[in-house]
Design a protein around this ligand. Sequence first.
Ligand SMILES: Cc1ncc(COP(=O)(O)O)c(C=O)c1O
Length: 357
Amino acid sequence: MNFSQQLSNIKNKHLYRQVKIANNTCIDFCSNDYLGLKNHPQVIEAFKQGVEEFGVGSGASHLISGHSKAHQELEEALAEYTGQERALIFSTGYSANLGVFSALKNEIDWVLQDKLNHASLIDANQLCGLPLQRYLHKNIASLEGKITKQSGHGLVATDTVFSMDGDQANINELYKITQKSNAILMQDDAHGFGVFELNIPKNSIYMATLGKAAGTMGAFIAGNEDFIEFLIQKSRPYIYTTAIAPALCVATLKSLKLIQQGEQQEKLHNNIGFFQDFSQLLDLPISISNSAIQPLIIGSNKKVLSINKILLENGFNISAIRTPTVPKGTERLRITLNANHTQSQIEQLLMHIKNAL
Ligand SMILES: Cc1ncc(COP(=O)(O)O)c(C=O)c1O
């Protein structure tokens, strides 16, 4: 295996990925900390108290001795918040998605996924060896066309808010279709949890992550009692891994309280509105979304990197998203807004983008 040659090939295609230490001197328009809870004093304080009470780690998997009072309280609070019978904590969103597919592996005959679903849903599907078919993005006719050809039990999986475009799936429509066929609906609400009102139809599967709007880390699945018990029996990424630190659960419980108070959401939605108005005023080609994710399509890996560099030199940190993460021709700057941005920061960012274009 010639790794050096492989690396040169990746570099030549402008696809080389580099891990960098986060630049705290720049204004951050790329984090998923949509509500600014990652550094919220009350969340930090709760985390410290959690460490005092429970120590730094959980010490074991949930089914051995790693499931503390803090995990239990958080699961109960998440079940209540989502209006579901139960919730189950996973270490990450990636493992939660894998956890659902690994548990359902012998229960379902087919899976249909939106073309623009997150990589973790696609990987979960493929790693479990389940046949994967994809319908056109948010295209109900495309889904219906494929569903009529299936037989047996199925799963329809969708991002609730799409991670690269910030647009939203039509959950009610998708649910109606799954009700007419022999299928369960699964939504991955990584980017909607804490930002939008929840919409979880009866007997569907809901996954959300805690490392984005909740500002901590981990993820959970919410659903009915039997389904959660079934996951505990069958979900390998739940069974065979160390539980997240209890202190993280204490901090997340505080985040959940702040989410319920709604103040941070209001600030975020004001910023989204201001961003939309100002980008229209400057006539910028931003695909408008109502979520915190605002994509600016550039259309080439090389160009997206060069604009990204200019913005960085001007003190703004934004993600440059290249192929293969997004389809060829839709390479983009992915701007993410949060509750703590000021209108002046948003204004400056958009002016710099206008100049760089
Ligand atoms: C839609 C979506 N699902 C799942 C994940 C994975 O979540 P986590 O980072 O907690 O593994 C992410 C992001 O990373 C995501 O954007």
